[in-house]
Design a protein around this ligand. Structure first.
Ligand code: CP
Length: 308
C-alpha cells in the first residue's frame, strides 16, 4: 500500500487486512492498546488545514504507539499564511526528514494531488478532503460494525442526515459495498440526498429508511459545506430525521447507533440515545486509533508477521 487516499475501489481483501491488523493492535479488550516499535526512526507529519479533534489526535496517538516521531504542523502559524504552496510546504518538510504526511484539507482532491507530485520516498494518508473522502473514518466504522454485527453480506445499514455534503458517507458507502453489504440506505431530506453516483437506496422519510436495519449511522448537518439555501432549521431537521430512543424501535432489535462525530446533540441525535448502551460512538473513537495504526504501518511497508 503506497498511499491511503480513498476506499473507492479498494479490494475487500485489503480492507479485511486493515481490520485484521487493527484487531491485533487492540489486544484483548478495546482499550488495551498494544504499543509496538514498528515505525521507530520514521517521521510522521500531521498537516491539518481544517479543524479536527478525533482524527488528528488519534493519528498522533497511533503514530506514537508505533514509536514514530510525530510533528503536528500548526497551519495557522505556518508560512502557509504567507502564501507558500502546499507542495512547497511538503518539500521543505521532506527536507527535514519526513517520511509520511497525514493530510486533511478543505479542497477535494488535495491529498491525491500531493500523492501525484511528491517524491517516491513519501507516503500520503488522507485524513479527510473537502466533500470527497475520509477513508480512515470509513475503515474504523467498518471495523466497529464488524466487531458488533459480524460479516457484511446480510447487514442492513442506514445512514441518516446530510448525505450530499458528507465525505464520510462517500467513503463509508464505497467500503460497505466493497465488503459485500447489499442493503445500504441513504436517508435525509431531498435537498441533502446525493444527486448521483453513490450506491444505496434513497429515502426521504425516516421510518421506512430505518425499518429493520442493523446499523444506524447519524450524521451532522455539514453547515460549512452547504449553500445557505439548503440548510434546514435544526428544529425541523430534528422533528423529521433526529434519532431518538423511541425511533430506534423501528430498526432491528439490537441495532447499534453510530456517529463519526462531532455530534450536535438534540439535532441529529438525542442525548438519551447517544449516551445509551445502543450507542457505539465512543467505541468508534477507540477503534480509530487501532485502524490508524494499521494504515500507518501498512503504508510504511510493515508486514503482518511483524505484529505477531
Ligand atoms: N470524525 C471526524 O473526522 O472528526 P474530527 O473532525 O474531530 O476529526
Amino acid at each position: 500500500l503506497r498511499h491511503f487516499l480513498t476506499t473507492e475501489g479498494l479490494p475487500a481483501s485489503l480492507m479485511t487486512e486493515i481490520m485484521d491488523r487493527a484487531a491485533q493492535f487492540l489486544g484483548d479488550t478495546p482499550r488495551d492498546l498494544r504499543k509496538l516499535p514498528l515505525l521507530k526512526g520514521k517521521s510522521i507529519v500531521n498537516l491539518f488545514f481544517e479543524n479536527s479533534t478525533r482524527t488528528r489526535t488519534t493519528f498522533e496517538i497511533a503514530a506514537k504507539s508505533l514509536s514514530a516521531d510525530v510533528v503536528n504542523l500548526d497551519i495557522s502559524t505556518s508560512a502557509t499564511a504567507k502564501g507558500e504552496s502546499l507542495l512547497d510546504t511538503l518539500k521543505n518538510l521532506e527536507a527535514m526528514g519526513a517520511d509520511l504526511f497525514v493530510v486533511r484539507h478543505n479542497q477535494s482532491g488535495a491529498p491525491h494531488f500531493i500523492a501525484q507530485h511528491c517524491t517516491p520516498n513519501l507516503a500520503i494518508v488522507n485524513a479527510g478532503d473537502g466533500l470527497h473522502a475520509h477513508p480512515t473514518q470509513a475503515m474504523l466504522d467498518m471495523f466497529t460494525i464488524r466487531k458488533h454485527k459480524g460479516e457484511f453480506a446480510n447487514l442492513k445499514v442506514a445512514i441518516i442526515g446530510d448525505i450530499r455534503h458528507s465525505r464520510v458517507v462517500r467513503s463509508q458507502v464505497h467500503a460497505l459495498a466493497g465488503l459485500g453489504c447489499r442493503d445500504i440506505r441513504l436517508v435525509g431530506p431531498g435537498t441533502l440526498l446525493p444527486r448521483q453516483g453513490l450506491a444505496g437506496t434513497l429515502f426521504d422519510q425516516l421510518r421506512p429508511g430505518i425499518e429493520g436495519v442493523d446499523v444506524v449511522i447519524c450524521l451532522r448537518l455539514q453547515n460549512e459545506r452547504m449553500d445557505a439555501g439548503l440548510l434546514p432549521s435544526e428544529a425541523e431537521f430534528h422533528d423529521s430525521y433526529g434519532m431518538t430512543l423511541d425511533r430506534l424501535a423501528w430498526a432491528a432489535p439490537g441495532a447499534i447507533v453510530m456517529h463519526p462525530g462531532p455530534i450536535n446533540r438534540g439535532v441529529e441525535l438525542d442525548s438519551a440515545l447517544a449516551d445509551s448502551e445502543r450507542s457505539v460512538i465512543l467505541d468508534q473513537v477507540t477503534n480509530g486509533i487501532a485502524i490508524r495504526m494499521a494504515v500507518l504501518s501498512m503504508v510504511m511497508g510493515v508486514k503482518m508477521e511483524a505484529l505477531a
